[in-house]
Write a protein that binds this ligand. Sequence first.
Ligand code: CO
Length: 136
Amino acid sequence: MVTGLSHVSIAVPDLEAAARQLHDKYGLSVGARMVNAEQGVRLAYVELGAAKIELMEPSRPDSPIAKFLERNPKGGIHHFCLGVDDVGKAAHAFAQNGVRLLGAGKPQRNVAGEPIAFLHPGDFLGALVELEEHKG
Ligand code: CO
């Protein structure tokens, strides 16, 4: 079911400043800037081969990321993301084990249009987990 680590996601107050820092200090290059209107985030990825770092800043004031940044003004790790072969099936199987899904199980999509879901942090050692569907 779980096929790998997709990304670790960091919420930042300023995506461009974050990208500059990662480039200048670590030589990392941050890819295309994108907006996921549904999730209320402007984001970009650092490709690291097996997994990615996702950088997210709020794209609107009522973004869930804006609330996170109120509590963590300098930014911080927001979630990590596991790849699964089928989000619906994985979510159902985990729910059978008592895992709570966020967003009332409403279908959600990432910026690439892939199905995603979020698991309650209380059911994964205190960490917010995203599931992302990777076909093939
Ligand atoms: Co993510």
